[in-house]
Write a protein that binds this ligand. Structure first.
Ligand SMILES: Cc1cc2nc3c(=O)[nH]c(=O)nc-3n(C[C@H](O)[C@H](O)[C@H](O)COP(=O)(O)OP(=O)(O)OC[C@H]3O[C@@H](n4cnc5c(N)ncnc54)[C@H](O)[C@@H]3O)c2cc1C
Length: 387
């Protein structure tokens, strides 16, 4: 009997080709020039300058992975991964989350929006001229998306909105919100998505959250007090919102997994640099065995997680259902990143706990990754359903 494999060893497909590598160099150069030198200040200020959206838009970075017809730069899922990986090299997940809020706000518009909606609300965002955010979470509805209570009642060719959203990334200065509202009865079937512009009367940002991590991204509480939103801003059909939200979660979870893997990679690289610079006090003249072992474990976990995420992404790109696998990948990657950043702190000791140290930031930023886009427990519920 002969065992046939899809490919011979030599033909094993790499995930990234020359076009991805060229993009990687371009994004890396952008990050080195436009982001990395300023990250410390932006972390302290709790936001980065609005002009960064414009710069990243004009450089074609915001548009990576989106159709050229709507102002995107084209490219597959691995182009998007390249972008997220290289942006993460700035050392601030907050900058990446803030610049990337469009990646959770725009896909439902592309998936279910009208041509007019795409022209008005997608193209200017990909150019960096408008800021887009996603508004799902409410004080009483985080994991339980089907429990949202913001109401949208039809009235004179509009929807009248009452309610509010919390923990909205880029929400303090977003021009538009892809917003989950209740247009029908209780439960998931009563939910719709509406495009709400921040200039709408009755729309207000009531609070900017201070957070454990992601300091450079602004995070808002938003209120709607009788805001009248034109009915033509309905995204897809009435009652379709929950399905669009669930579809949207898949790419968000992939991006969070990539962010987690890069967090682990940066913590590992920082630890290796620390040792190579001879900064670890050692009586014997070489690193202690426990440090060598830790680094080996850190490298193993980071690589295993990265490979798993790439494999899941390749299948997603091929249109294969990966709901279970991406939930596994997000959970695994965020656990790895929490472990690896914590071990990196052990190796550095007192030298990395001061505010402003890269590792201190990676450790804090890492903790958000397992909460946003679906918590560890919610991911486990999804996985369990598929077992
Ligand atoms: C920095 C940051 C940025 C964010 N950005 C956005 C954004 O841009 N837009 C947006 O809409 N939201 C955003 N969120 C909100 C995020 O999506 C929610 O925090 C997340 O969905 C979890 O909801 P929750 O925090 O209300 O926790 P809860 O749902 O209240 O959960 C609390 C705990 O209970 C557990 N739990 C809840 N339900 C179950 C269950 N059924 N089974 C088992 N365990 C359960 C959870 O795992 C968790 O441990 C952001 C959050 C943060 C921290």
């Amino acid at each position: 009997m002969t065992f046939e494999r899809g490919k011979s060893y030599d033909e094993v497909q790499e995930y990234f080709g020359p076009a991805h590598e060229a993009l990687r160099r371009r994004v890396r150069a952008f990050v080195e020039k436009e982001i990395r030198p300023f990250v410390e200040d932006w972390e302290k200020e709790g936001e980065f300058p609005r002009e960064l959206y414009g710069k990243a838009g004009r450089a074609g970075i915001l548009g990576v992975g989106y159709p050229e017809a709507w102002g995107g730069s084209g490219g597959d899922l691995f182009s998007k991964i390249v972008c997220v990986e290289e942006l993460m090299r700035c050392g601030s997940a907050g900058v990446v989350a803030g610049l990337g809020s469009l990646d959770i706000a725009i896909p439902p518009l592309l998936s279910a929006g009208t041509e007019e909606q795409k022209a008005r609300f997608v193209t200017p965002v990909l150019r960096g001229e408008r800021i887009a955010a996603l508004g799902i979470t409410e004080p009483g509805a985080g994991s339980h998306v089907a429990g949202i209570s913001t109401t949208a009642v039809r009235e004179a060719g509009c929807f009248r909105l009452n309610g509010g959203k919390v923990y909205i990334t880029s929400g303090c200065r977003a021009d538009q919100l892809t917003c989950a509202v209740r247009t029908g009865g209780e439960g998931y079937k009563g939910i719709s998505l509406l495009l709400v512009e921040s200039g709408t009367p009755g729309y207000s940002v009531s609070r900017k959250f201070e957070k454990l991590g992601w300091h450079a991204s602004d995070t808002a509480e938003i209120f709607f007090d009788g805001s009248m939103v034109p009915a033509e801003n309905l995204i897809g059909m009435e009652g379709q919102g929950f399905y669009l939200i669930m579809e949207n979660f898949q790419s968000e979870r992939l991006q969070l997994a990539v962010m987690a893997n890069m967090t682990a990679t940066l913590a590992l690289e920082e630890s290796l640099r620390f040792l190579r610079q001879g900064l670890l006090p050692s009586r014997s003249g070489s690193e202690p065995q426990w440090v060598r072992g830790r680094l080996a474990d850190m490298a193993t976990l980071a690589e295993a997680s990265r490979e798993f995420v790439y494999r899941v992404a390749a299948r997603m790109d091929a249109g294969i259902n990966q709901v279970k696998e991406i939930s596994m990948a997000k959970n695994f990657a965020s656990q790895v990143s929490e472990k690896v950043t914590s071990w990196a702190l052990d190796i550095h000791g007192q030298r990395a706990v001061a505010g402003g140290h890269l590792l201190e930031r990676l450790f804090r930023d890492s903790r958000i990754l397992s909460i946003g886009g679906g918590t560890q427990e919610i991911m486990k519920e999804v996985i369990w359903k598929y077992l």
